[in-house]
Design a protein around this ligand. Structure first.
Ligand SMILES: *[C@@H]1O[C@H](CO)[C@@H](O)[C@H](O)[C@H]1NC(C)=O
Ligand SMILES: *[C@@H]1O[C@H](CO)[C@@H](O)[C@H](O)[C@H]1NC(C)=O
Ligand SMILES: *[C@@H]1O[C@H](CO)[C@@H](O)[C@H](O)[C@H]1NC(C)=O
Ligand SMILES: *[C@@H]1O[C@H](CO)[C@@H](O)[C@H](O)[C@H]1NC(C)=O
Length: 272
């Protein structure tokens, strides 16, 4: 038993030595970068010797198994500048820092990050050095039209006027997973609504949400499916007719007018 442990320890020691031995391909730098989806990400990588790499080769790949071609630099040529083979996902979005090459800096920038960019990247200087960087792309809630089950723009309409105000309807169809649906005013305040009327069609939902408003405003109905980071909304302008919603005012006005007429009549009488 004791012997076995020693052997294991020796092996570990050997491995550590190999990994830290200069010149041996190793993971010298590990780290992570976090960006919000849609922002640009700079993935850092530098040759430890800091020597000029303008006439060298470096290569960026994504995912250990898939080895997607992110960026490839060969002595002044690179993807879409004398070299081809870049993965479709990265075409037109990845650049290096030309002025930094002389300091051994092989960092790249990925513009307008997508969820698919999330994952692990390797920066490779062949036969010199490898380093690993994990890129975390934090999803935004936004319209994602090409995901199955993502709801289309809600259908919004004015149902009619009751003594409580103007009734609005918002309808979303064939939503999977089940969305949250809300009504908001122009300032983004969620306004009270009735309990959503929900129809479950075997995991796919139709939802109707009614609310009643008493002020002229632009109202927005928003459906959010947070599991798929999908959010879509529809706006409707709702003119609330003051005379409809507050009859006492018009009655008051009417009375005033009569009173004024009577007074005017009196004045005429007196002056005569
Ligand atoms: C490499 O260049 C990038 C972009 O200019 C910069 O952000 C990074 O700090 C540089 N790395 C080093 C080690 O100088
Ligand atoms: C992003 O990538 C990291 C590293 O590969 C992984 O652990 C994580 O689950 C990924 N996140 C998403 C949302 O896919
Ligand atoms: C969604 O799919 C359509 C065709 O099905 C395509 O034209 C469009 O570019 C796609 N949009 C996105 C954001 O992927
Ligand atoms: C509603 O939105 C329109 C433009 O979409 C704007 O011109 C109008 O002033 C808004 N009305 C209110 C009451 O916010």
């Amino acid at each position: 038993m004791w012997d076995l442990h020693t052997t294991t320890d020796m092996k570990l020691l050997l491995l550590v030595c190999l990994l830290t031995w200069p010149g041996i391909t190793s993971a010298e730098e590990t780290g992570f970068v976090t960006v919000a989806e849609g922002d640009d990400a700079v993935l850092p990588c530098s040759l430890s010797s800091k020597e000029n790499i303008q006439q060298m080769i470096f290569d960026w790949k994504k995912d250990e198994e898939k080895q997607k071609q992110v960026f490839y630099y060969v002595k002044g040529k690179y993807y879409n500048y004398g070299l081809t083979g870049q993965d479709q996902q990265f075409i037109g979005r990845v650049s290096h820092f030309q002025d930094e090459l002389k300091f051994g800096n092989a960092s790249i920038k990925i513009r307008n990050t997508e969820l698919a960019d999330n994952g692990s990247y390797t920066c490779i200087f062949p036969e010199k050095q490898n380093s690993h960087i994990t890129l975390y792309v934090v999803p935004e809630l936004k319209v994602r039209p090409n995901i199955s089950g993502a709801v289309l723009k809600p259908w919004v309409t004015i149902l009619g006027v009751t003594e409580d105000g103007t009734q609005l309807e918002c309808e979303v169809k064939r939503a999977s997973p089940k969305p949250d649906v809300i009504w908001q005013d122009h300032a983004g305040n969620t306004i009270p609504s009735q309990k959503p009327q929900m129809t479950d069609r075997g995991g796919s939902y139709d939802i109707i949400l009614l609310t009643t408003v008493t002020k002229t405003d632009n109202y927005t109905c928003t459906a959010t499916q947070k599991e798929i980071k999908h959010r879509v909304s529809a706006k409707i302008y709702v003119p609330v007719n003051v005379s409809d919603s507050s009859p006492p005012w018009i009655t008051g006005g009417f009375l005033c007018t009569i009173l004024l007429l009577v007074l005017a009549q009196c004045c005429v009488c007196i002056s005569n």
